[in-house]
Design a protein around this ligand. Structure first.
Ligand code: HEM
Length: 210
Protein backbone atom coordinates (compact mmCIF):
# COMPACT_ATOMS: atom_id res chain seq x y z
CA UNK A 1 0.00 0.00 0.00
CA UNK A 2 1.45 3.43 -0.96
CA UNK A 3 1.80 6.22 1.58
CA UNK A 4 -1.18 8.08 0.00
CA UNK A 5 -3.47 5.09 0.53
CA UNK A 6 -2.17 4.69 4.09
CA UNK A 7 -3.06 8.32 4.82
CA UNK A 8 -6.52 8.11 3.25
CA UNK A 9 -7.56 4.89 5.06
CA UNK A 10 -6.05 6.00 8.35
CA UNK A 11 -8.04 9.26 8.05
CA UNK A 12 -11.30 7.56 7.03
CA UNK A 13 -11.17 5.00 9.86
CA UNK A 14 -10.22 7.79 12.30
CA UNK A 15 -13.40 9.67 11.37
CA UNK A 16 -15.47 6.49 11.90
CA UNK A 17 -13.97 6.30 15.41
CA UNK A 18 -14.95 9.92 16.08
CA UNK A 19 -18.55 8.86 15.39
CA UNK A 20 -18.17 6.00 17.89
CA UNK A 21 -16.80 8.39 20.54
CA UNK A 22 -19.72 10.79 20.10
CA UNK A 23 -22.28 7.98 20.39
CA UNK A 24 -20.45 6.49 23.39
CA UNK A 25 -20.30 9.83 25.20
CA UNK A 26 -23.98 10.41 24.38
CA UNK A 27 -24.76 7.13 26.18
CA UNK A 28 -22.50 7.39 29.24
CA UNK A 29 -23.38 11.03 29.91
CA UNK A 30 -26.81 9.80 31.07
CA UNK A 31 -25.22 7.81 33.94
CA UNK A 32 -24.49 10.54 36.49
CA UNK A 33 -27.63 12.58 35.76
CA UNK A 34 -30.34 9.92 35.38
CA UNK A 35 -29.20 6.55 36.80
CA UNK A 36 -32.48 4.71 36.13
CA UNK A 37 -32.62 5.92 32.51
CA UNK A 38 -28.98 4.86 32.08
CA UNK A 39 -29.80 1.28 33.10
CA UNK A 40 -32.84 1.26 30.76
CA UNK A 41 -30.66 2.61 27.94
CA UNK A 42 -27.92 0.00 28.61
CA UNK A 43 -30.46 -2.85 28.72
CA UNK A 44 -32.12 -1.83 25.45
CA UNK A 45 -28.72 -1.36 23.79
CA UNK A 46 -27.61 -4.84 24.84
CA UNK A 47 -30.80 -6.37 23.41
CA UNK A 48 -30.44 -4.64 20.02
CA UNK A 49 -29.98 -7.04 17.13
CA UNK A 50 -27.67 -4.60 15.34
CA UNK A 51 -25.23 -4.17 18.26
CA UNK A 52 -22.85 -7.07 17.38
CA UNK A 53 -22.53 -5.71 13.81
CA UNK A 54 -21.82 -2.18 15.06
CA UNK A 55 -19.29 -3.53 17.58
CA UNK A 56 -17.57 -5.54 14.85
CA UNK A 57 -17.50 -2.51 12.51
CA UNK A 58 -16.00 -0.21 15.14
CA UNK A 59 -13.47 -2.86 16.22
CA UNK A 60 -12.40 -3.32 12.59
CA UNK A 61 -12.09 0.48 12.17
CA UNK A 62 -10.02 0.71 15.38
CA UNK A 63 -7.62 -2.07 14.31
CA UNK A 64 -7.25 -0.71 10.77
CA UNK A 65 -6.71 2.83 12.12
CA UNK A 66 -4.05 1.62 14.55
CA UNK A 67 -2.24 -0.56 11.99
CA UNK A 68 -2.25 2.04 9.22
CA UNK A 69 -1.26 4.91 11.51
CA UNK A 70 1.74 2.91 12.74
CA UNK A 71 2.66 1.95 9.17
CA UNK A 72 2.37 5.62 8.12
CA UNK A 73 4.63 6.66 11.02
CA UNK A 74 7.26 4.10 10.02
CA UNK A 75 7.13 5.10 6.32
CA UNK A 76 7.44 8.80 7.26
CA UNK A 77 10.41 8.14 9.56
CA UNK A 78 12.15 6.04 6.86
CA UNK A 79 11.66 8.63 4.12
CA UNK A 80 12.53 11.50 6.47
CA UNK A 81 9.10 13.04 5.80
CA UNK A 82 8.07 15.03 8.88
CA UNK A 83 4.97 16.58 7.31
CA UNK A 84 2.80 15.01 10.03
CA UNK A 85 4.43 17.29 12.61
CA UNK A 86 2.63 20.45 11.58
CA UNK A 87 4.23 23.38 13.37
CA UNK A 88 1.95 26.21 14.40
CA UNK A 89 4.29 28.55 16.20
CA UNK A 90 2.42 30.61 18.75
CA UNK A 91 -0.35 28.03 19.01
CA UNK A 92 1.21 25.86 21.71
CA UNK A 93 -1.80 23.63 22.23
CA UNK A 94 -1.92 22.80 18.50
CA UNK A 95 1.82 21.99 18.54
CA UNK A 96 1.34 19.78 21.60
CA UNK A 97 -1.64 18.06 19.95
CA UNK A 98 0.33 17.41 16.73
CA UNK A 99 3.41 16.11 18.56
CA UNK A 100 1.44 13.86 20.90
CA UNK A 101 -0.45 11.95 18.17
CA UNK A 102 1.66 8.77 18.37
CA UNK A 103 2.09 8.64 22.14
CA UNK A 104 -1.58 9.63 22.64
CA UNK A 105 -2.65 6.81 20.31
CA UNK A 106 -0.60 4.33 22.37
CA UNK A 107 -2.07 5.64 25.65
CA UNK A 108 -5.57 5.19 24.17
CA UNK A 109 -4.71 1.67 23.05
CA UNK A 110 -3.54 0.78 26.57
CA UNK A 111 -6.63 2.40 28.09
CA UNK A 112 -8.94 0.52 25.71
CA UNK A 113 -7.47 -2.87 26.60
CA UNK A 114 -8.01 -2.15 30.34
CA UNK A 115 -11.42 -0.52 29.73
CA UNK A 116 -12.99 -3.36 27.71
CA UNK A 117 -11.62 -5.96 30.16
CA UNK A 118 -13.25 -3.96 32.98
CA UNK A 119 -16.65 -3.29 31.41
CA UNK A 120 -17.20 -5.30 28.26
CA UNK A 121 -15.58 -8.70 28.73
CA UNK A 122 -17.31 -9.57 31.00
CA UNK A 123 -20.27 -7.24 30.78
CA UNK A 124 -21.85 -6.27 34.16
CA UNK A 125 -25.15 -8.10 34.89
CA UNK A 126 -28.34 -6.38 33.63
CA UNK A 127 -29.32 -3.47 35.90
CA UNK A 128 -25.83 -3.25 37.46
CA UNK A 129 -23.95 -1.23 34.86
CA UNK A 130 -23.81 1.91 37.01
CA UNK A 131 -22.83 -0.03 40.14
CA UNK A 132 -19.90 -1.51 38.18
CA UNK A 133 -18.90 1.97 36.97
CA UNK A 134 -19.07 3.39 40.50
CA UNK A 135 -16.96 0.57 41.94
CA UNK A 136 -14.35 1.16 39.23
CA UNK A 137 -14.24 4.92 39.39
CA UNK A 138 -14.14 5.06 43.19
CA UNK A 139 -10.57 3.77 42.87
CA UNK A 140 -8.13 6.66 42.35
CA UNK A 141 -5.93 4.66 39.92
CA UNK A 142 -8.90 3.97 37.65
CA UNK A 143 -10.16 7.54 37.90
CA UNK A 144 -6.65 8.77 36.97
CA UNK A 145 -6.56 6.41 33.98
CA UNK A 146 -10.00 7.55 32.74
CA UNK A 147 -9.01 11.22 33.07
CA UNK A 148 -5.73 10.56 31.25
CA UNK A 149 -7.63 8.85 28.42
CA UNK A 150 -9.99 11.85 28.20
CA UNK A 151 -7.01 14.20 27.80
CA UNK A 152 -5.47 11.84 25.20
CA UNK A 153 -8.78 11.66 23.27
CA UNK A 154 -9.05 15.44 23.32
CA UNK A 155 -5.52 16.03 22.02
CA UNK A 156 -5.89 13.26 19.42
CA UNK A 157 -9.10 14.80 18.06
CA UNK A 158 -7.81 18.36 18.28
CA UNK A 159 -5.14 17.61 15.70
CA UNK A 160 -6.60 14.49 14.05
CA UNK A 161 -9.88 16.00 12.85
CA UNK A 162 -8.20 18.63 10.73
CA UNK A 163 -5.41 16.27 9.61
CA UNK A 164 -7.95 13.63 8.51
CA UNK A 165 -9.79 16.17 6.33
CA UNK A 166 -6.46 17.23 4.79
CA UNK A 167 -5.53 13.60 4.06
CA UNK A 168 -8.92 13.02 2.41
CA UNK A 169 -8.44 16.12 0.24
CA UNK A 170 -11.47 17.80 1.85
CA UNK A 171 -9.60 20.77 3.33
CA UNK A 172 -9.26 23.93 1.27
CA UNK A 173 -8.63 27.60 2.08
CA UNK A 174 -12.37 28.31 2.00
CA UNK A 175 -13.42 25.70 4.58
CA UNK A 176 -10.13 25.22 6.50
CA UNK A 177 -10.95 27.63 9.31
CA UNK A 178 -14.45 26.20 9.84
CA UNK A 179 -13.27 22.56 9.88
CA UNK A 180 -10.40 23.39 12.26
CA UNK A 181 -12.71 25.27 14.63
CA UNK A 182 -15.42 22.56 14.53
CA UNK A 183 -12.98 19.75 15.37
CA UNK A 184 -11.26 21.78 18.06
CA UNK A 185 -14.60 22.42 19.72
CA UNK A 186 -15.55 18.76 19.34
CA UNK A 187 -12.20 17.75 20.89
CA UNK A 188 -12.84 19.90 23.95
CA UNK A 189 -16.44 18.71 24.20
CA UNK A 190 -15.56 15.00 23.97
CA UNK A 191 -12.51 15.20 26.29
CA UNK A 192 -14.36 17.47 28.72
CA UNK A 193 -17.48 15.30 28.55
CA UNK A 194 -15.68 12.05 29.40
CA UNK A 195 -13.77 13.83 32.22
CA UNK A 196 -16.96 15.27 33.76
CA UNK A 197 -18.74 11.88 33.55
CA UNK A 198 -15.80 10.09 35.22
CA UNK A 199 -15.56 12.72 37.98
CA UNK A 200 -19.32 12.79 38.68
CA UNK A 201 -19.64 8.98 38.77
CA UNK A 202 -16.62 8.82 41.08
CA UNK A 203 -18.07 11.52 43.36
CA UNK A 204 -21.46 9.74 43.51
CA UNK A 205 -19.67 6.48 44.44
CA UNK A 206 -17.85 8.21 47.30
CA UNK A 207 -21.11 9.80 48.50
CA UNK A 208 -22.78 6.39 48.56
CA UNK A 209 -19.77 4.86 50.33
CA UNK A 210 -19.01 2.40 47.49
C1 HEM B 1 -16.00 8.52 31.50
C2 HEM B 1 -15.48 7.77 30.57
C3 HEM B 1 -16.09 6.46 30.10
C4 HEM B 1 -17.08 5.69 30.66
C5 HEM B 1 -17.88 5.96 31.93
C6 HEM B 1 -17.27 4.54 29.80
C7 HEM B 1 -18.20 3.54 30.00
C8 HEM B 1 -18.30 2.38 29.27
C9 HEM B 1 -19.21 1.31 29.53
C10 HEM B 1 -20.24 1.28 30.67
C11 HEM B 1 -19.00 0.34 28.60
C12 HEM B 1 -19.71 -1.02 28.47
C13 HEM B 1 -20.77 -0.90 27.40
C14 HEM B 1 -21.58 -2.17 27.32
O1 HEM B 1 -22.00 -2.65 28.35
O2 HEM B 1 -21.80 -2.61 26.21
C15 HEM B 1 -17.96 0.82 27.72
C16 HEM B 1 -17.48 0.14 26.62
C17 HEM B 1 -16.55 0.64 25.75
N1 HEM B 1 -15.91 1.86 25.83
FE1 HEM B 1 -16.17 3.23 27.28
N2 HEM B 1 -16.41 4.63 28.74
C18 HEM B 1 -15.65 5.79 28.89
C19 HEM B 1 -14.67 6.26 28.05
C20 HEM B 1 -14.28 5.64 26.89
C21 HEM B 1 -13.30 6.18 25.97
C22 HEM B 1 -12.56 7.51 26.16
C23 HEM B 1 -13.19 5.28 24.94
C24 HEM B 1 -12.34 5.33 23.72
C25 HEM B 1 -11.19 5.93 23.64
C26 HEM B 1 -14.09 4.17 25.24
C27 HEM B 1 -14.25 3.06 24.45
C28 HEM B 1 -15.07 1.98 24.75
C29 HEM B 1 -15.16 0.78 23.94
C30 HEM B 1 -14.39 0.50 22.64
C31 HEM B 1 -16.09 -0.06 24.56
C32 HEM B 1 -16.59 -1.43 24.09
C33 HEM B 1 -17.83 -1.18 23.25
C34 HEM B 1 -18.55 -2.46 22.93
O3 HEM B 1 -17.90 -3.42 22.55
O4 HEM B 1 -19.76 -2.47 23.03
N3 HEM B 1 -14.74 4.44 26.41
N4 HEM B 1 -17.55 2.06 28.15
Amino acid sequence: MGSDSLRVWSAATGLVLVLFLMLHLGGVVIAPFAPASFETYAASLHHSAWLPFAEFGFLAAALIHLGLSLAKLIVNRRTGNRAGLVSRRGDRFAVLAARSQAIGGLILLGFLVVHVLQLRWPRPPAGEELIALRVLLSQPANLGLYLLSAVAVSLHLFHGGEAAHRSLGLLDPANGFRIRRAFRMLALLVGGGFSVVALLVSASALQMGQ
